[in-house]
Design a protein around this ligand. Structure first.
Ligand SMILES: Nc1nc2c(ncn2[C@@H]2O[C@H](COP(=O)(O)OP(=O)(O)OP(=O)(O)O)[C@@H](O)[C@H]2O)c(=O)[nH]1
Length: 855
């Protein structure tokens, strides 16, 4: 049950009834417990014994009522009985009858409740009413005694006392706190400041006469005290005043004519012997003298603020001017007196310095500048003196001594600056100024082709590529055996072939490809670059990066029971869409793991049928789709035709034959240089080496390159193709470039290397023709182009287009349905190198939502 429900269902009434039941009137007639009764009898005997002969004047009932009231306290009960029944005080004149104040007698006590072990409730007296401010009825006990918060019957509180009025004084006679000696009585002192309202603001509260009197007394005492303090301080400060030192003409003259001696005569910090003529006073005096001699301050000085006398800030305080300020008052009665501190600074005799009230103006202390302050720091500081002395004594300097004169400093810093200046004298790489395209034509080199291996997770992509490399002898059997042993130790022996591509520790331990793995091999006609893509949906961006570099693709399908179906729902379809969107038009479908279904031709045909259907729907032409039944794990139909009779039904090409038959995409050889940076690293040849596929144009050693978006220039120091040094490279080739004359911080993976004379521009908004994979609307998206990806948003949907003709079907639609083509405007968070014709993929919340071409 929820707590809320529990509270709702709680039976408060029941509890309340039980609680109130503890005070019910039924208790009134409650009998004493046997223990109480025994205690009562014993105490009654005690009281009777204490009363002696007088005991006959009171009844047992009266004794027991007294005992009950005093909780069996025999002494108190005796006192009460004596004063009440045996020797009562003379009766007082009757009070005039009138209505009794309601509160009177109603709340004389605050009662604490205690529970006895027997479960009976007993009430204990807690505090007298006088303390808590309840009106006292000193003559009698209350008629009813109630706790402040509880209702109870009077009988339950003080049984039997209603009829027996007792004197208040007598009741509390044994209480020591009533006999307070006069000298220890508390005196109410009003707060020094009247309390404010809520949060210190608001109207002042009413102050009683007593409070006002106390406040006035306190104020007077405070004033007297502060006056004494000021006088004492002034006496001490007089010693520092220029009045005394004014007579010391020798010192004055000395100081006046040799002001530089000021610093020399300045005591070191912490020195106890303080000269009578303090440095500050000296400066003040000098300034006064100069002032007197030269008249009013010069123009530049006049801009500065004259010394401010804080006392002047309150003309209304004239009446309170202390006696020490009287001489000044005589000189200029309208002016308020300076403070003791101000007098020390200005000197009490410096009446001439004081301005008339009309000249008085007040500025913050930091603006209170006096001309003599200009010379205040002309000499060395105490620290300088110490350091100089240490230097003379041959001690090591604890801090650099400042040289006099700014000129030397400047020269020094300039010299140091020049020393530290580094001129980049790295010679620019030499260029052979080759006609690269002619060289390329002449060479008649092997075809180069890159292919990306895609497919659902665990379809067997890496294993297939490992097998391919093993069978092509790019990797030897020993390496595979080694991998198998290591994989066995991790319980993943079946992944030994996959480890040829999956080199990362995490990839190996998880058995999942994370990033694009590249490898290369050659056949008689072609030099291939493998781009093994991750199948897991979390690493789709890496797969996009791989697909952006590929001429064609191998789509791996897991033919084992159930796996193909789940792959279709998973990344098989998404990868197919992506590779097509990235411009790949040729796809080889590797129907893998057919060994698990005993090389079932039926299964192969079923898969081929379904896959060719959706590939065609995705935009692949049937002539560009081929299917190969194979087993990556066992090496059937990859490089060697399978000798298993179970697959004798297949007479088509092996995977490698299909690869060789695939034509790479047309190369943009004559376009300006464009290359996407796939990797950035350090080599012995250069602190900045990059690799990637040349998308367009060509380059050669010594060429100047422009890196975008940093806009930094770099030079080609050396080039490598297939791990061999070369002089040039052209579009379609995967090249390694050793750069010079650039700081590595300016180059990142995903950047574009371009021709400085034909640079790619950096933009933050573009229009694209997008194929929608999901519903599109103005929304946040991630823009992917190769390795580069950045945040952005669909700003506008301009039109829905005809898929084949590109004609506008509908203008400014609110949304784009899946499988429709639309023209959309995308705004990115930052400027990135992008240009028309490039392919981008839009993803949102981990799903691919669109892909297309920049217009
Ligand atoms: N029986 C059988 N098993 C295979 C075959 N090919 C791969 N496997 C197994 O399938 C599992 C996954 O293989 P991988 O090569 O890692 O699959 P992948 O597609 O590269 O995985 P990701 O890159 O992580 O998506 C491994 O246990 C392989 O041994 C095959 O032809 N037959």
């Amino acid at each position: 049950m929820s707590r809320h429900r529990a509270y709702q269902n709680y039976d408060y009434q029941n509890d309340l009834d039980e609680y109130e039941g503890g005070y019910s009137d039924e208790d009134e007639g409650e009998q004493l417990s046997p223990e109480d009764q025994a205690q009562m009898n014993e105490a009654t005997t005690e009281v009777q014994r204490a009363l002696g002969n007088e005991a006959s004047k009171v009844t047992v009932k009266q004794i027991q009522e007294a005992l009950w009231h005093y909780y069996y306290d025999v002494d108190k009960s005796v006192t009460y009985l004596l004063s009440k029944y045996i020797a009562p005080p003379p009766a007082k004149p009757a009070k005039p009858k009138g209505p009794k104040p309601e509160s009177a007698g109603k709340h004389l006590f605050l009662l604490d409740r205690a529970q006895q072990p027997s479960g009976r409730l007993l009430f204990r007296r807690s505090r007298p009413a006088s303390i808590i401010g309840i009106p006292e009825d000193s003559e009698s006990l209350p008629e009813k005694v109630r706790p402040t918060s509880l209702t109870m019957s009077e009988g339950a509180c003080h049984r039997g006392l209603e009829s027996n009025r007792m004197s208040f004084a007598a009741f509390f006679s044994d209480m020591p706190w009533l006999n307070i000696p006069k000298d220890r009585e508390a005196v109410l002192t009003a707060p020094s400041r009247p309390r404010g309202g809520l949060l210190g603001g608001g109207t002042e509260p009413k102050v009683s006469k007593l409070q006002a009197l106390a406040a006035a007394r306190k104020k007077k005492a405070g004033e007297k005290k502060s006056e004494e303090k000021v006088l004492g301080t002034q006496e001490k400060m007089e010693k520092l005043s220029i009045q005394e030192i004014g007579s010391s003409s020798t010192q004055h003259q000395d100081f006046k004519h040799h002001p530089e001696k000021t610093s020399a005569s300045r005591p070191l910090r912490g020195e106890n012997t303080r000269p009578a003529f303090g440095g500050l006073a000296k400066r003040r005096k000098l300034a006064q003298d100069q002032d007197l001699e030269s008249g009013p301050p010069s123009s530049h000085v006049s801009q500065c603020t004259p010394p401010v006398d804080l006392q002047q800030m309150s003309p209304t305080m004239d009446a309170d001017v202390p006696s020490y300020a009287k001489p000044l008052e005589d000189a200029e009665p309208l002016q308020a007196a300076p403070s003791a501190f101000a007098m020390t600074l200005t000197g009490s005799a410096s009446a001439k310095q004081r301005r008339s009230p009309s000249q008085q103006f007040f500025l913050p202390p930091y603006m209170a500048y006096h001309p003599d302050l200009a010379s205040a720091f002309s000499g060395p500081s105490p620290d300088d003196v110490v350091l100089n002395a240490q230097a003379k004594a041959g001690k090591p300097k604890t801090a650099p001594v400042k040289k006099k004169g700014g000129g030397d400093d400047k020269v020094d810093s300039a010299t140091n600056g020049v020393k530290t200046l580094k001129v980049d004298d790295t010679p620019l790489p030499k260029s052979k100024n080759l006609n690269v395209l002619q060289e390329f034509e002449k060479k008649k080199s092997k075809k180069t082709a890159s292919f990306v291996v895609v497919g659902h997770v665990d379809a067997g992509k890496s294993t297939l590529m490992g097998r391919l490399l093993l069978d092509l002898k790019v990797v030897d059997q020993r390496t595979i055996d080694k991998y198998r042993k290591e994989a066995e130790s991790l319980g993943k022996s079946s992944f030994a072939l996959a480890w040829v591509l999956d080199q990362g520790t995490e990839e190996r331990s998880r058995g999942v490809t994370i990033d694009i793995a590249t490898n290369r091999f050659e056949t008689e006609t072609t030099s291939f670059t493998i781009l093994d893509a991750p199948g897991h949906r979390d690493f789709i961006p890496n797969m996009i990066a791989g697909a952006s570099q590929a001429d064609f693709a191998i789509l791996v399908i897991d033919a084992s029971t159930g796996a193909f179906e789940s792959g279709l729902k998973g990344q098989t379809r998404e990868h197919s869409l992506l590779i097509r969107s990235m411009g790949v038009s040729r796809v080889i479908v590797a129907v893998n793991k057919l060994d698990t279904v005993r090389w079932s031709q039926e299964r192969f045909d079923e898969i081929s049928h379904q896959v060719s259907g959706f590939l065609s729907a995705t935009g692949f032409q049937t002539k560009n789709i081929s299917f190969v039944p194979l087993s990556g794990l066992h090496g059937d139909n990859i490089v060697k035709r399978s000798d298993d009779p179970a697959i004798s039904w297949y007479k088509g090409p092996t995977l490698i034959e299909e690869l060789e038959n695939s034509e790479p995409m047309a190369r943009a050889l004559h376009k300006p240089l464009r290359m996407t940076v796939s990797e950035v690293y350090k080599t012995a040849l250069s602190p900045l080496t990059i690799s990637g596929r040349v998308d367009a144009g060509s380059l050669q050693n010594g060429d100047a390159l422009l890196v975008q978006p940093s806009g930094e220039k770099a030079y080609v120091k050396a080039l490598e193709l297939d791990m061999e040094p070369v002089d040039w490279a052209v579009a379609g080739q995967n090249v390694v470039i050793h750069l010079s004359n650039i700081d590595p911080i300016h180059v990142r993976v995903g950047d574009i290397i371009c021709d400085p004379n034909n640079p790619v521009s950096c933009i933050d908004t573009f229009t694209m023709k997008a194929l929608a994979f999901d519903i599109l609307m103005p929304m946040q998206v991630d823009v992917h182009r190769g390795r580069l990806h950045t945040g952005g948003q669909i700003q506008e949907i301009t039109a829905i287009l005809n898929k084949t003709t590109g004609a506008v079907i509908k203008k400014k639609p609110k949304i784009v349905k899946p499988a429709n083509v639309a023209r959309i405007v995308v705004k990115m968070a930052s400027k990135v190198p992008l240009e028309p014709g490039q392919r981008v993929v839009l993803r949102s919340s981990g799903e691919t939502v669109a892909a297309g071409l920049l217009e």
